[in-house]
Design a protein around this ligand. Structure first.
Ligand SMILES: *[C@@H]1O[C@H](CO)[C@@H](O)[C@H](O)[C@H]1NC(C)=O
Ligand SMILES: *[C@@H]1O[C@H](CO)[C@@H](O)[C@H](O)[C@H]1NC(C)=O
Length: 495
């Protein structure tokens, strides 16, 4: 009896009941809610209607063990055929906008500048966009979300500076064909993961391990490609299309493990090595000075004739600076950061040794199904405040936030996650004066979660991947999110 009562009480504390964990203030009227997906994770139809191979097709087909359950995105959620079902779900949720990405190799099968454009690919996205517009849902389009055309990888991928030229060609095709209806663009999704995981530690396609070397060249090209696409928009499309262009880097909130100056410096350095790596060039014109200084110094000690971190010329700095119309952030979790002894041994060449911090979760933080993600709602508020202060109070779009489990329709823990993270977003807006105007839940539905395959679920809707028809079913979190969108309130009663 008493044990039961004790467990019930403990359970309610852990689940964090509404009143104790979320503000009863309401979101401002201008605030917009959306959900996100990405092409390779949902579309399927990997080789239909002229689509070219991309690096994820290639990796999954040639090295199936790369993915935990040896699955792939060949069919995924089959959104290529079921996009009308997807839009019906978006309509049910009542979202203001849908963030999805374009498959480069569906639109330009070889990816190369000047190579043929695939009309069937253009038609697919035109149909999807038209369906959204017919249902009064705004498209927010990611131009690149990790699925590089395989041909471009065979040219060396992002560490090859030529990619800038190919991306500019792609961006022009995209603005020209879709820019009449699409007003919000993200050039790159989580460039940190493209470069660090893709070319540094090998956790995502193409799976290269060249940390501290190729990964810096990757970033260098990617930032220039972003700036180039921004200028293409500015010079050729903006006057007529009147849209907005940004980039969506990701980071943890890095919380100093103690009040010591060295831990505080370590946490700031971690933010600069993740978010600042991309945002500082785009907002202020160059890599963060802490990155430049540390990598220059270590490169010298290691006997390199010049820094492993490539340098932007003065003209490039000017060209890149200011290529943003808003600030976007993908954020899920928090890490504690502790300063580390400076290594005397400089033999190790890597991004991690250039950064040189220890990071860890607190054992008390609730786990998710993803080893990298623990539930830390207050980290969101701190991160938003840091972004606002560091980048001079920009308009901020949260372009991804969400949590994984292993499945099931009664996903109360996901509801708690959204309630508590959104509460911190709202407090950042109303109490701290941070200008957040959009929030995007990841994800509309369960999908192909990269190297984790279908083992981790992030969706507001579940998808039955055993059924060829890929039926979708709404979860409890879908009805919670839709009530938040319609009431602008996170709890039962708002002020
Ligand atoms: C937020 O940013 C937008 C775009 O710059 C601006 O129009 C709006 O006034 C800002 N809102 C606040 C509260 O600062
Ligand atoms: C909202 O929260 C405040 C402070 O926690 C509380 O005083 C007030 O009664 C709440 N309002 C409603 C409608 O629950």
């Amino acid at each position: 009896m008493y044990a039961d009562l004790f467990l019930t009480l403990l359970f309610s504390v852990l689940l964090c009941k509404e009143a104790t964990c979320a503000t009863n203030q309401t979101f401002p009227n201008y605030f917009k809610f959306g959900v996100a997906t990405a092409s390779y994770q949902v579309e399927g139809a990997w080789n239909e209607d002229g689509k070219g191979e991309n690096i994820w097709d290639h990796l999954c087909h040639t090295n199936p063990d790369f993915v935990d359950d040896r699955s792939n995105g060949d069919i995924a959620c089959d959104s290529y055929h079921k996009y009308k079902d997807d839009v019906a779900m978006l309509k049910d949720l009542g979202v203001d906008f849908y963030r999805f990405s374009l498959s480069w190799s569906r639109l330009i099968p070889l990816g190369l500048a000047g190579s043929p454009v695939n009309q069937a690919g253009i038609d697919y996205y035109k149909n999807l966009i038209q369906e959204l517009v017919n249902n009064n849902i705004e498209p927010l389009v990611t131009i690149f979300h990790w699925d590089l055309p395989e041909t471009l990888q065979e040219y060396g991928g992002f560490p090859n500076p030529e990619i800038e030229e190919h991306f500019a060609y792609y961006a022009r095709v995209v603005f020209k064909n879709f820019g009449d209806s699409v007003k919000y663009w993200l050039t790159f999704n989580e460039p940190l993961q493209t470069c660090h995981e893709g070319y540094g530690i090998g956790f995502t396609a193409p799976g290269y391990k060249s940390s501290g070397l190729a990964e810096y060249k990757c970033t260098h090209t990617l930032i220039k490609a972003h700036a180039r696409a921004y200028h293409v928009y500015d010079e050729e499309f903006r006057t007529q299309q009147q849209g907005y262009v940004g980039i969506a880097p990701d980071t943890y909130w890095y919380e100093p493990a103690s009040g010591s100056v060295s831990d505080q410096e370590a946490a700031e350095r971690a933010l600069q090595f993740t978010y600042g790596w991309f945002a500082n060039p785009i907002f202020n014109g160059n890599y963060p000075s802490v990155m430049i200084e540390r990598i220059d110094e270590r490169s010298k000690l290691q006997g390199f004739a010049s820094s492993r971190l490539p340098k932007f010329t003065d003209e490039e700095v000017e060209y890149i600076k200011g290529t943003h119309d808003f600030l976007a952030i993908n954020a899920y979790s928090t890490l504690y950061v502790q300063a580390k002894e400076e290594e005397v041994d400089t033999a190790v060449i890597s991004y991690d040794s250039d950064l040189n911090v220890d990071t860890f979760f607190d054992d008390s933080w609730e786990e998710s199904a993803s080893s990298w993600l623990r539930v830390v709602p207050w980290g969101m508020r701190k991160l938003l405040n840091w972004l606002s202060k560091t980048y001079n109070h920009p308009e901020i779009f949260i372009t991804e936030n969400g949590v994984s489990d292993t499945g099931g329709l009664n996903d109360d823990r996901r509801i708690n996650y959204y309630r508590e993270y959104l509460s911190n977003v709202l407090e950042a807006i109303l109490d701290d004066g941070v200008n957040v105007t959009r929030y995007t839940a990841w994800s509309l539905m369960d999908n192909f979660e990269w190297a984790r395959g279908y083992t981790e679920k992030y969706g507001l809707y579940s998808v039955n991947f055993d059924d060829p028809g890929r039926p979708r079913t709404s979860k409890a979190s879908a009805s919670y999110y839709s009530s938040v969108i319609s009431s602008k309130c996170l709890v039962d009663n708002c002020e």
